[in-house]
Design a protein around this ligand. Sequence first.
Ligand SMILES: Cc1ncc(COP(=O)(O)O)c(C=O)c1O
Length: 447
Amino acid sequence: MTATKDVLLASDHAHLIHPLHNRAGHQEAHVWVRGTGSTLVDADGGEYIDGLAGLWNVVAGHGRSELAEAASRQMITLPYCSGYTGSSNPHAIALAERLAGMTYPSINRFFFTSGGGESSDTNFKTARYYFRQLGQPEKTKVISRQWAYHGVTLAAMSATGISGYWPMFEPRVPGFSHISSPYPYRYEAPEGISPGIAAANELEAKILEEGPETVAMFMAEPVQGAGGVLVPPDDYFPRIREICDQYDVLLAADEVITGFGRTGRMWGLEHWGIEPDMIQYAKAITSGYFPLGGTGVNDKIAEVLDESEEVWMHAYTYSAHPVGCAVAMANLDIIEGEDFPGQAAEKGRYLLEALQANLGNHPHVGEIRGLGLMVAVEIVEDRATKEEFAAEEKVGARINQAMQQHGLFSRMRGDVICLAPPVVITNDELDRVIGAVTTAIGDVLGS
Ligand SMILES: Cc1ncc(COP(=O)(O)O)c(C=O)c1O
């Protein structure tokens, strides 16, 4: 470690509280100082491929001057103005109109937040408001899934289904419950029924258990990201849509990772030909250059919002931030102009196939899966039984360390390696990702 990095980290240890704060896990922290394209540079001068595009968000890569210029222009013109009723700004208006043309056909009305968790909260509250206006105030409950990640505000945490996020902050918000993830590698369906239908039917069972008159919303990521890149079977979401329609439950698609092309289509649910009632997005909308997220609602919800005499008392200071919206507009020029869905589909296929060729027969690789440029490698102790390594063996952490030694910085979910590099990653860099993952697994578990 250089003196500079020593000094920086000493001050960091003294004064910063980090997301998922954990002193032991921060001893060998990187202090990132620069980025170009898909490469991150830390204060030691070490260069790493940004294997998760920051936190799944930096799709356009680091160092895009068009995005910095859009922010700079807007900061000089008007750095901030209220977005509350009675105020608006041209970039927010243009962005909402543009999203109406880009998202699912029935979703034409948008609210902006500063990120994903605020967007989850916005959708929970909007669903409650909607049913209250329709004279069904008892319809308030939210059902989501195991392995879901919807953020960590108290309400979003209650919908998040990665249970490690709960214990130290209990009790969770009442009215949130979970069903299984359709996790194809691990979901066991009863005989005679496809795993996708069986996993979707759990939603019907849960709605009936809770009482359909009390359930407002089912929230789901089209592909579960932080939970380990879980791609549902093709028959899953069409059946989910049917169930939501049957019981008058709003379907909220959490497209915070899957939105804007990451899966090979502009929006995740496009893979299965269905439309949600509500969406939420964040991350890639600005490629992480400005904290911006938001929600979108379908025409029937928008109509209730417009026609109600009761004010929708929901608001954030930074909603429709003019700088964030200006950056988003410039970033959408990149996403659309450089065909990110097409690039993600092609590069993702290459990454998946190369990992399958290198690691498909490895005795400790249980599954290699993905959709578009979201890929995961699940490590197991025993391929036949799918049994995991004991947590004390810290296999995932050791593989992560080894990947860094080979120039790749990414994240694990336990012993699952998650990969979602910037969409602009070059073929040469993709080969380095493939090499680093393959070699790191060999270093820790043999070839
Ligand atoms: C699908 C999904 N929803 C919501 C969130 C929460 O977003 P934020 O961290 O901006 O609150 C995330 C963050 O990773 C996410 O992946």
